[in-house]
Design a protein around this ligand. Structure first.
Ligand SMILES: Cc1ncc(C[n+]2csc(CCOP(=O)(O)OP(=O)(O)O)c2C)c(N)n1
Ligand SMILES: [Mg+2]
Length: 377
């Protein structure tokens, strides 16, 4: 059965006849623009709150921070149809609850995971989609159109191509958005899968989150291309480069690729240039401070996506300067932020998710072998 979402959003604004649509953002309403900022706050708060929960000793397991990379997630997800598919990886944890979030963060009909499900996953509770098999991104849902993340780098792309191909055989034309780090672009399977998608003109959009580092390996040691998107030339498909710190630029470029795919023209690569704020995971924070210079980290983090979005909104007149200064989450290390730096509904949304997870039990021990061995009936 095809899932449907209750539309709570106003119909998209139409351009006046004399206006030429230049960019996808031109069709966004002022409310859409403010919602993009809210979703950046949501993604940032998810991250800083988990970092603080771990420091308080209320959380165990590795955290893979998406701090400073939020515009890539928010900008790429915002224009999707609820029935489009996504395949997030370790760096994209907020994508699970941001999918279809413009139809209402708390809307139970939304085709995305609830914050309760995602927090339960992080806390390894019975209420998590993965029933505590993992504390991070190894979760998916066919009903919510989320493909379980693949551990082997670039492994999301062949799966995405397979989902798109199966969907076509079923008469569908839904877009499949796959996320990958720049470190995955040197994998053989990256080429095989995009080549297959290009040959069959499958509606697969590959987002490359180029945060300059793959664990301790810098981009120049894994790719001869300065722009990873240049690899697209080898498959005769579009390769777009977006400023990954600018949510509207990501939105424009991803929508170009999404419309190209939906029109039957096949896949694209959208490289979003960004910077990994901390270590690969929090187990790597101390080591990362040795293999990256302080100056490089400061420069990489100097363009905060929340600050850049605010500048757009103030310039457009969608936010006053006073409103822009009300919540100051930007340009701060996670531990320097306080709840007052975020809108109260963002804090309460996440807090409810955490309370739900903390109150949920772990799975019963007898579930340990569940889904491990085939059960004979
Ligand atoms: C084929 C393969 N090799 C190695 C790993 C171990 N590994 C997990 S994440 C990672 C770094 C990924 O870097 P990148 O693709 O740039 O994504 P980022 O973590 O920067 O978001 C590595 C080496 C893996 N998962 N798969
Ligand atoms: Mg990387």
């Amino acid at each position: 059965m095809t899932p449907t979402a209750t539309k709570t959003k106003a119909a998209p604004r139409k351009l006046e006849p004399h206006q030429t649509p230049i960019l996808a953002r031109d069709l966004l309403t002022p409310e859409d623009h403010r919602e993009l900022l809210n979703q950046l706050y949501l993604a940032r708060y998810f991250d800083v709150r988990l970092i603080k929960e771990k420091k308080r000793g209320r959380l165990r397991g590795t955290l893979y921070s998406s701090h400073n990379q939020e515009a890539v997630l928010v900008g790429s997800l915002y224009g999707l149809e609820p029935t489009d598919w996504i395949s997030p990886i370790h760096r994209d944890m907020p994508a699970f609850f941001l999918k279809d979030a413009k139809n209402g963060w708390r809307n139970p009909e939304r085709i995305g995971m609830s914050i309760e499900e995602v927090c339960s996953q992080v806390w390894c509770k019975v209420t998590s989609p993965g029933r505590a098999r993992d504390n991070w991104s190894h979760i998916g849902s066919k009903a919510k159109r989320i493909i379980h993340s693949t551990s082997m780098l670039a492994g999301t792309i062949p799966v995405a191509a397979g989902v798109a191909y199966a969907n076509r055989l079923d008469g569908g034309n839904d877009v499949v958005l796959t996320y990958n780090g720049e470190g995955s672009t040197a994998q053989g399977i990256f080429h095989e899968a995009i080549n297959f998608a290009a040959v069959h003109k499958l509606p697969v959009v590959t987002i490359v989150e180029n945060n300059q580092w793959a664990y301790g390996t810098p981009l120049e040691l894994s790719s001869p291309n300065k722009d990873v998107a240049d690899r697209a030339k080898g498959y005769s498909i579009p390769g777009l480069v977006a400023d990954g710190q600018d949510v509207l630029d990501v939105y424009d470029k991803v929508m170009q690729a999404v419309e190209h795919a939906r029109a039957g023209n096949g896949p694209s690569i959208v490289e979003c240039k960004t910077f990994r704020a901390y270590g690969h995971g929090d187990h790597d924070d101390d080591r990362a401070a040795r293999y990256r210079t302080k100056e490089d980290v400061e420069s990489g983090r100097s363009r905060d996506p929340i600050a850049i979005c605010k500048i757009h909104l103030v310039n457009k007149g969608y936010l006053t300067k006073a409103e822009a200064k009300k919540y100051m989450a930007e340009n701060k290390h996670a531990t320097q932020t306080s709840d007052e730096d975020f809108p109260p509904d963002v804090v309460s949304y996440m807090s409810k998710g955490i309370e739900f997870a903390l109150a949920s039990p772990p799975p019963p021990a007898e579930e340990g072998a569940m889904w491990v061995f085939r059960e004979e009936n």
